[in-house]
Design a protein around this ligand. Structure first.
Ligand SMILES: Nc1ncnc2c1ncn2[C@@H]1O[C@H](COP(=O)(O)OP(=O)(O)OP(=O)(O)O)[C@@H](O)[C@H]1O
Ligand SMILES: [Mg+2]
Length: 409
């Protein structure tokens, strides 16, 4: 498993610097962004007064425990709540180790350290099941064929990659007719069909190679879109692939074809979010109602599917309304995406997204809002949280440790 994190290492000695640099070259950190800055823990403080803290800070400090604690307290004031800290020190003292761990530091390593120790430490911090990247799967399904489900799915993925701090991978499961490759202007050699045809050979790094990268925030596992030599979707194989893909990005946008097969239903039940895309007419209303009932039951009360109305045109009096859909399905439509053939056809024919053709279009705003409604996170401005590290408040813990040390004299 390769980690996708940002690491900033503040080193004092040449040996520590060399160990971190060697660790950077390892497969496990191949997707991470690692910077090595000389000057140790004390250099970190002025640095984070002007910079965001990364996922992980590795800081070397040669002085005594009181100084380490004092420096860490200052660091805590400028740390993002999710930032983890590893301290490298000279003091071989189990009490210091315990004190630091108690204070919220993830690990204390004694210098000299090896590249292997750095990698194992990163593994142990980020292999915690709660911390591992486990991308949220957003399954898009058109309640009838041709309603624009794939278009909405791709544009939502694009919006996540552009307007949020999350990354995303689109998986096109429409093996014979999928359009993800065309939509993102990709002509991949490897597709989902290759992954599906050899499930026993699959591992995370192979799946990663099957993903075409649009940029570092957006990838596509395209369908072959061939009708000859059709590869059926085996549910277990697809599940295995999705488990691997979700380890690569914060979101997986699953484009499902409009066919009612057990694996499609399974995806709609197990996905973190099931998005039903409907056109506002009577037939769509009936399918949306049936699917909302079925998925409402199978997914459970707290996890109802989401409903999205696409191609909405308020000037067309013949279209049904969001209220009609809400009354029939019990689901409040999340977004109404405007009908604009010129925009979507131009985009599709250019291998572009709607937001690239016309960033100010209201349909683009709707898709951006949809991305956020589905959980994509707005990029944070520099967080000046008073020092919560790894879900625990470092500053609070340090205060307790200080109180304890003062009492002890
Ligand atoms: N909001 C919209 N306004 C105008 N045209 C749209 C809109 N959304 C999608 N379209 C167009 O609708 C057509 C069908 O889109 P798409 O292939 O995404 O539908 P689908 O539901 O995935 O179809 P299928 O059932 O074949 O999978 C495309 O030509 C697309 O450009
Ligand atoms: Mg489609």
């Amino acid at each position: 498993m390769s980690h996708k994190i940002t690491i900033e290492a503040f080193t004092l000695s040449a040996a520590t610097k060399a160990a971190v640099e060697e660790a950077c070259r390892d497969r496990r950190l191949s997707r991470s962004q690692v910077s090595v800055i000389e000057g140790g823990l004390s250099a970190a403080l002025p640095y984070y007064n002007v910079n965001h803290t990364p996922n992980l800070i590795i800081a070397e400090e040669a002085s005594d425990d009181a100084t380490i604690l004092e420096q860490l307290e200052k660091l805590a004031e400028v740390c993002d709540p999710t930032t983890k800290v590893v301290v490298i020190g000279q003091v071989n003292d189990i009490r210091l180790y315990r004190t630091l761990i108690q204070a919220g530091v993830s690990e204390y390593l004694m210098a000299p350290i090896s590249a292997r120790q750095v990698l194992d430490t990163v593994d142990s911090i980020y292999s915690d099941p709660g911390m591992k990247t486990r991308g949220k799967i957003l399954a898009f399904f058109g309640v009838r064929g041709g309603v624009g489900s794939s278009t909405v799915a791709y544009n939502t993925a694009w919006a996540i990659s552009r307007f949020s701090s999350d990354d995303v991978i689109v998986v096109d499961t429409d093996i014979a007719f999928g359009t993800a490759g065309l939509a993102f202007n990709q002509d991949p050699k490897q597709t989902l069909a290759d992954a599906l045809s050899n499930p026993e050979r699959l591992d995370a790094s192979l799946v990663e190679r099957f993903v075409s990268r649009i940029d570092d925030r957006l990838g596509v596992l395209a369908a072959p879109a061939v009708v000859r030599g059709f590869t059926p979707v085996e549910p277990e194989a697809l599940e295995k692939i999705l488990e691997m893909v979700r380890g690569l990005a914060n979101f997986v946008v699953l484009d499902l074809p409009h066919v009612w097969l057990p694996w499609v239903q399974e995806c709609l039940v197990t996905a973190d979010e099931a998005v039903l895309v409907a056109y506002p007419d009577l037939a769509n209303l009936r399918e949306a109602k049936n699917l909302a009932e079925l998925l409402g039951e199978l997914r459970g009360e707290g996890s109802k599917p989401k409903l999205l109305l696409n191609r909405v045109d308020s000037t067309r009096k013949t279209q049904l309304t969001a209220k009609d859909f809400q009354e029939a399905t019990g689901l409040e439509p999340l977004q109404l995406v405007a009908n604009d053939r010129a925009l979507f056809e131009t985009a599709a024919n250019n291998g572009q997204m709607a937001g690239e053709v016309n960033p100010n279009h209201k349909a683009v705003d709707s898709l951006k809002a949809l991305a956020l409604a589905l959980g994509a996170r707005v990029p944070q401005s520099k967080a000046r949280n008073p020092g919560a590290l790894g879900g625990q408040s470092l500053q609070e813990n340090l205060n307790r440790v200080w109180q304890y040390l003062i009492k002890k004299g």
